[in-house]
Each structure stands twice: as structure tokens, then as C-alpha cells.
Design a protein around this ligand. Structure first.
Ligand code: ADP
Ligand code: ADP
Length: 223
């Protein structure tokens, strides 16, 4: 079953085309790697699927409903209620503690502070972050910060986790630990994952790979 889909998506930044008729159907529960050369349109495609960017032509569907025709409020509610995000540089809020960062999606969705922090703390043990709950991002290693970002991406139990180069800022061993935890947690929760990467060792975790080239999606089998 398809959970999220791009149909004929086109998007240009000024005169720079980023997507030129991208088609992609993501199956519910799968871990999908989106590969391709730098500048080919991978991040732009992820942002369109996730309702962050709106295509200039084509359609985005999530769970049988159009996403690209929703207004800013509808897309922001959809992101908050259904999607989780992990980016290359964890992008933790430096003023907040690690547990507050993890709790953030719940707080933004209206959960009260104590239950939100309790739900956040449960992820620390799960991701090997015990004892780091009160640290601020400046006091965490790169791998620890990325695991905190992963916890934040999963805490609201999203239907789809969007990960854009989640190991891009990490050395290979630390990157593998983050991918092990990301894939392990997603499988345990039944979360669909769309992971943009240019690294084959990250794509090796996926059930399926597609390649973006010149703003179009091709599968490995039928290039
Ligand atoms: P990838 O993720 O594969 O590296 P991107 O989706 O980031 O590719 O970029 C696709 C194309 O769009 C590139 O030519 C890039 O320079 C351009 N681009 C991406 N984001 C912007 C932006 N915010 N403003 C202008 N051009 C952009
Ligand atoms: P709006 O009227 O604000 O544009 P909707 O009334 O369509 O948005 O959406 C209301 C709620 O439904 C939001 O909480 C949003 O998260 C959720 N939602 C929106 N689109 C979808 C979708 N395609 N699949 C599932 N839930 C959605």
C-alpha cells in the first residue's frame, strides 16, 4: 500500500530547475533510500513529500489525500501530527536541554510539559543516551546530538520519518550506530522512512533504493 506519493512534481528555484517531473510512490512501512548525485534534487523531493515545499506542478498525496493543495496551516498541522524529521546537523535548540529538545514536537502538539518530558525521557534509554537528559547541545558529541535529534523525530510516533543525510556530519562508525538505531526504532514502531543519502553504506539499510537524477526519479532496476 502506498502511503506517500509524488506525481509529476516540478519545482524550480528561480531559473534553476530542481525537480522536473518526479514520480515516487513510498510504501507504508518501508525504509526507502533516495540516492543520487549532489544537486540532483533529492532534498527538494523530500521537502515536497513532507509538505515543507509546494511544487509548482504535479501532486503530492499522503494517505489518499492531496497535500500540495493544503494551505500553510494544513501542511504545518500535517507535519506536526504525522511526520518526523532528522536532518544532517541535528539542529537542536541550543537553549534547551536534550530532553526538552526531544519533547518539543509533543509540546508543540499541545501535550503538557510533564507527560511530554516523561515520553521524551523514555527515548534516552532506548537510544543509549542515559544520563544526558539535562545536557545542552553544546555538551553533546556529534553522535549523541544526532541520537537526540532522532529521538525528537520519533517521539510523536510519526507515520513517516523523513531523514536528510542523517549521518552526513558523522564519522562512519558513529553513522552506523545512528542508522542502526534509526532503522531499528522505525521497524519497531512500523514507521515508514524516507532517507536521503549519497552514501551507499546508509542506503544498504533500506528495503529499496531510488535514484534522483536531473530532477527525475529512476529505480535501480529500470534506469
Ligand atoms: P540534492 O539534495 O540532490 O543535493 P537539492 O534538492 O538540494 O539537491 O538541489 C537541487 C537543485 O536546486 C540544485 O541545483 C540546487 O542548487 C538548487 N537549490 C536547492 N535549494 C535551493 C534554494 N533554496 N535556492 C536556490 N536553489 C536551490
Ligand atoms: P486545513 O483545513 O487546515 O488545510 P485539514 O482540515 O485538511 O487542514 O486537516 C486537518 C487535520 O488533518 C490536520 O491535523 C492534519 O494533520 C490532518 N491531515 C491533513 N492532511 C492529511 C492527510 N493527507 N492525511 C492525514 N491527515 C491529514
Amino acid at each position: 500500500m502506498t502511503i506517500i506519493e509524488a506525481r509529476g512534481v516540478e519545482l524550480a528555484f528561480g531559473r534553476t530547475p530542481a525537480l522536473r517531473g518526479a514520480d515516487l510512490a513510498v510504501r507504508a512501512g518501508e525504509i526507502l533510500a533516495v540516492m543520487g548525485p549532489s544537486g540532483s534534487g533529492k532534498s527538494t523531493l523530500l521537502h515536497c513529500l513532507a509538505g515543507i515545499l509546494v511544487p509548482q506542478a504535479g501532486e503530492i498525496h499522503f494517505d489518499g489525500r492531496r497535500v500540495d493543495t493544503l494551505g500553510e496551516n494544513g501542511r504545518s498541522a500535517l507535519r506536526r501530527d504525522r511526520f518526523g524529521f532528522v536532518f544532517q546537523f541535528g539542529q537542536l535548540v541550543p537553549e534547551l536541554t536534550a530532553e526538552e529538545n526531544v519533547a518539543l514536537p509533543l509540546l508543540l502538539a499541545g501535550t503538557r510539559r510533564e507527560p511530554a518530558l516523561r515520553a521524551a525521557r523514555a527515548w534516552f534509554e532506548r537510544l543509549g543516551l542515559d544520563g544526558l537528559e539535562r545536557r545542552r547541545s553544546g555538551e553533546l558529541s556529534g553522535g549523541q546530538a544526532q541520537r537526540v535529534a532522532l529521538a525528537r523525530g520519533l517521539v510523536a510516533r510519526p507515520r513517516v520519518l523523513f531523514a536528510d543525510e542523517p549521518t552526513g556530519s558523522l564519522d562512519s562508525l558513529t553513522g552506523e550506530q545512528v542508522m542502526d538505531l534509526l532503522v531499528g526504532s522505525a521497524r519497531a514502531e512500523g514507521t515508514t522512512v524516507v532517507v536521503v543519502t549519497h552514501e551507499a553504506r546508509v542506503a544498504a539499510y533500506a528495503d529499496r533504493e531510488v535514484i534522483v537524477r536531473d530532477g527525475k526519479v529512476t529505480s535501480l532496476v529500470h534506469p
